[in-house]
Design a protein around this ligand. Structure first.
Ligand code: HEC
Length: 119
């Protein structure tokens, strides 16, 4: 989680947005091919971590756990497509979709027993 997913999700979430500065509103977005590739890589990492979460060693059940993992895969795939299309708003929107998959699973499983799941 902390070593694979968190950096990828942080990168995706930080890659687009708006900040207010003394000079006004500044639009944050990937500008070079290289920056877009990094966003794409993060999206792929997120989608792949959904697959890793469904491996038997990690999986907590065959129902909601798998559903949240699939949501994460779908969100990562959608973010990858948005990155491929150079779609800034799409990356922003799919970043939100990723956030809901992370937060949804945490709300359901993290609170129960934080020691059940490691790595
Ligand atoms: C299918 C369920 C599930 C999904 C989806 C999920 N997590 Fe988690 N995550 C957990 C559980 C359960 C814990 C708490 C147990 C633990 O690791 O101590 C956790 C813990 C964490 C931690 C605490 C550090 C750690 O390694 O324990 C971080 C950071 C984290 N998740 C980040 C994320 C991010 C970012 C996403 C989305 C990109 C995400 N998680 C998606 C289940 C999930």
């Amino acid at each position: 989680m902390a070593s694979v997913m968190e950096p990828a999700a942080d990168h995706l979430w930080a890659s687009v947005g708006w900040i207010l500065t003394a000079e006004g509103e500044e639009h944050i977005r990937p500008r070079t091919d290289e920056e877009w590739t990094l966003v794409r890589n993060s999206a792929v990492t997120i989608a792949e971590s959904g697959n890793l979460l469904m491996m038997d060693r990690r999986k907590m059940d065959d129902e909601d756990w798998v559903a949240w993992s699939r949501d994460l895969i779908d969100a990562g795939d959608a973010a990858m497509q948005a990155a491929d299309a150079r779609d800034v708003q799409g990356v922003f929107d799919t970043g939100e979709q990723v956030y809901f998959a992370c937060a949804g699973c945490h709300a359901q499983y993290w609170a129960n027993d934080p020691n059940q799941f490691r790595q």
